[in-house]
Design a protein around this ligand. Structure first.
Ligand SMILES: Nc1nc2c(ncn2[C@@H]2O[C@H](COP(=O)(O)OP(=O)(O)OP(=O)(O)O)[C@@H](O)[C@H]2O)c(=O)[nH]1
Ligand SMILES: [Mg+2]
Length: 211
């Protein structure tokens, strides 16, 4: 991954949103993905921050546009606008704070209003450094189970202390690149998450919303 290399406008570009409660480490993660130092004091994000980095997977360098969302409750209503047409979503919680894990349900609910049905998802349990010193409030099993339910991968990291947290993005981007190579419609179809599948028959084309 070469996040400090100039970005080529001709590169394939993918959108990845980072979601989760306030204080879980989303902005620190976005900073480290972009090879910058993570901010140590918690300055809550207002609305949205944006960063971009180049990621090389299997010989191809693509551009990842990272949307770092605000976790404070007052910004919840903005999530659907931010998740629209994202090919990837990273759901972050704090391993030492059960409340932030439980709030992922609400986060997922808000995101699913516009997040494409086939978007690649990753669940990140952050602050493993604190969890490892006796402050763990969410077990690995709980994280894995939640991730499995939404067909996501699960990792536990310390954004502040791990040497290379960018491996997290690289794995997600590899999955996105692979899916987008398989289907030109990848990341474009959103059925609202609410429409029932009637006896396994495909939903008529006119009900699909292309974003
Ligand atoms: N010990 C420890 N602290 C961390 C870690 N990651 C983030 N923090 C701290 O957690 C606090 C919040 O981090 P932010 O990245 O600002 O949190 P956020 O999720 O962006 O919060 P909002 O913008 O309000 O949604 C900061 O004080 C960070 O230094 C970690 O892995 N370990
Ligand atoms: Mg933030």
């Amino acid at each position: 991954m070469h996040s400090n290399r100039p970005l080529d406008p001709g590169q394939r570009t993918f959108k990845v949103v980072i979601l989760g409660d306030t204080g879980v480490g989303k902005t620190c993660l976005a900073a480290r993905l972009n090879n910058k130092d993570a901010p140590i004091p918690h300055n809550p994000t207002i609305g949205l921050d944006f960063t971009a980095c180049a990621v090389t997977v299997d010989g191809e360098t693509v551009r990842a546009n990272i949307w770092d969302t605000a976790g404070q409750e007052r910004f919840n209503s903005l999530l659907p606008a931010y998740c629209r047409a994202a090919q990837g979503a990273i759901f972050v919680f704090d391993l030492t704070d059960l409340r932030t894990f439980l709030s992922l349900d609400r986060c997922l609910h808000n995101a699913s209003v516009t997040l494409p049905d086939d978007a690649c998802k990753l669940v990140v349990g952050n602050k493993r450094d604190l969890a490892d010193t006796g402050w763990r409030a969410v077990t690995s099993n709980m994280g894995e189970e939640f991730a499995a339910n939404i067909e996501a991968n699960y990792v536990e990291i310390s954004v502040l202390q791990d040497d290379d947290v960018r491996i997290v993005l690289k794995d997600l981007i590899r999955e996105i690149v692979s899916k987008s190579s398989q289907s030109e419609h990848f990341g474009r179809i959103h059925l609202g998450g609410q429409l029932p599948h009637v006896s396994g028959r495909p939903i008529p084309e006119k009900k699909k919303c292309c974003l």
